[in-house]
Write a protein that binds this ligand. Structure first.
Ligand code: CMC
Length: 389
């Protein structure tokens, strides 16, 4: 079998080729299917970006309308699946609720599970795009004890999600276009990021020929961790703690540098970006505007900006090339939109969904794909004789 390379954390191992997302970590470049993230953020919509990632090219007007129409037709969740939400404790974190419900899609939609049947793959693609926002909104409603709303298919994906998250059955929901636009932008920024932890998980699980629902459910669980998608929730907790302590941000920075209790500056650092994260730059550029229009907590934004300023000039962070990543400012915006902290990583999952789907589809079509099976270097005991007793 040849020599085994030891590469913990896959710092230097390409597990696949891919034509979806390009990152140059030194130059701070991110492109989806060749299009710079800055241009997509400015001109595109989350729906269009989803199409681009999944099918490879920007859609024509007719193609986008057909994609939109198909998604709107599949928003309803099976009524029995709705009952599933009642089984979780009221204070359940919505991320495991999300991954469990996505896993359960394999039991309700058994006619779209074959990874090698193009029509079935297409059907599960549309089902996931249509149903994940509904599942996410239901997980939220469950956690606050409010009734779940049926999707209203006269609305687009993002608006429908906002209405299902914040609307009430007896009252008409007044859509805030600033909020809908801001959320659409944040979803675009999260839509793909090549072979990150959750995407690699989706591919690894899928490499065993597991169906798309099962693979993406696993990806959602990978995203939950605070070093990955869970960082956006952790950032807000950190900012709140600093606010509550009343201490200057310098004190917190010192704790991080001294690695006191393993405390990290959450929302900082990235495995690939070593000069800046282009997504963070875009989020920061809109944060001020969005917060002033939504009436968010400026004090938390101020603390975040002070932390960034101090960290960027501090030798510890300079030496380690640590910069704010996409998660640093998103939490402050989600909070201003009215989402509780527990929902932040769910919003990341909604954004990342088209990326996971695109990567899973690319993998199943790639003739080179083999079951993922890393090797190891054994460090345990040599052979031992079982003691006679
Ligand atoms: N605060 C303080 N020190 C840090 C941080 C941080 N946020 N990130 C890295 N370091 C230090 C780390 O302690 C190490 O120092 P030393 O050499 O003295 O031991 C050095 O920088 C290199 O770090 P690493 O852990 O080897 O880097 P990595 O590539 O393995 O980890 C990371 C990348 C994102 C997991 C890490 O930077 C981190 O834990 N950041 C905080 C969590 C976070 O914001 N995650 C979101 C990532 S972006 C969105 C996403 O993909 O989900």
């Amino acid at each position: 079998t040849g020599a085994v390379t030891y590469d913990p954390g896959f710092m230097n191992t390409a597990a696949t080729t891919s034509a979806i997302t390009y990152i140059d970590g030194d130059a701070g470049i991110l492109r989806y299917r060749g299009y710079p993230i800055e241009e997509l953020a400015q001109h595109s919509s989350f729906l269009e970006v989803s199409y681009l990632l999944i099918y490879g090219n920007l859609p024509s007007g007719t193609e986008l309308a057909a994609f939109d129409e198909k998604i709107r037709r599949h928003t309803l969740l099976h009524e029995d699946l709705k009952g599933f939400f009642g089984g979780f404790p009221r204070d359940a974190h919505p991320m495991p609720v999300l991954s469990s419900a996505v896993s359960a899609l394999s039991t309700f939609y058994q006619d779209s599970l074959d990874p090698f049947d193009d029509d079935q793959v297409e059907l599960s693609t549309i089902r996931l795009m249509a149903k994940l926002p509904v599942i996410a909104a239901y997980a939220h409603k469950k956690s606050i004890g409010q009734p779940m709303l049926y999707p209203d298919n006269s609305m687009n994906l993002v608006e429908n999600f906002l209405r299902m998250s914040f609307g009430l059955p007896a009252e008409p929901y007044e859509m805030d276009p600033v909020m809908a636009k801001a959320l659409d932008l944040l979803l675009i920024l999260h839509a793909d990021h090549e072979q990150n932890c959750s995407t690699s998980t989706v591919r690894l699980v899928g490499s065993s020929n597991a169906n798309m629902f099962a693979s993406i459910s696993a990806g959602i669980n990978a995203l939950f961790g605070p070093l990955h998608g869970g960082a956006n929730e952790a950032v807000l907790n950190m900012l709140r703690q600093i606010q509550a302590s009343g201490d200057p941000v310098e004190k917190f920075i010192e704790r991080v540098k001294n690695k006191e209790d393993g405390v990290k500056l959450m929302g900082f650092g990235h495995r690939v970006y070593k000069n800046y994260d282009p997504r963070a730059k875009i989020v920061k550029s809109v944060a001020d505007d969005v917060l002033s229009r939504l009436g968010g907590n400026d004090e938390l934004l101020d603390i975040a900006m002070k932390l960034e300023e101090k960290a960027l000039t501090d030798q510890y962070f300079v030496d380690r090339r640590l910069y704010p990543n996409v998660d640093f400012y998103t939490g402050v915006i989600y909070k201003a939109m009215g989402f509780p902290e527990k929902m932040f990583t769910v919003l990341f999952a909604l954004g990342r969904l088209p990326g996971w789907i695109a990567q899973w589809r690319e993998m199943t079509k790639d003739p080179v794909t083999k079951i993922g099976r890393p090797r190891q270097l054994y460090t345990g005991e040599p052979e031992r004789a079982y003691p006679s007793r």
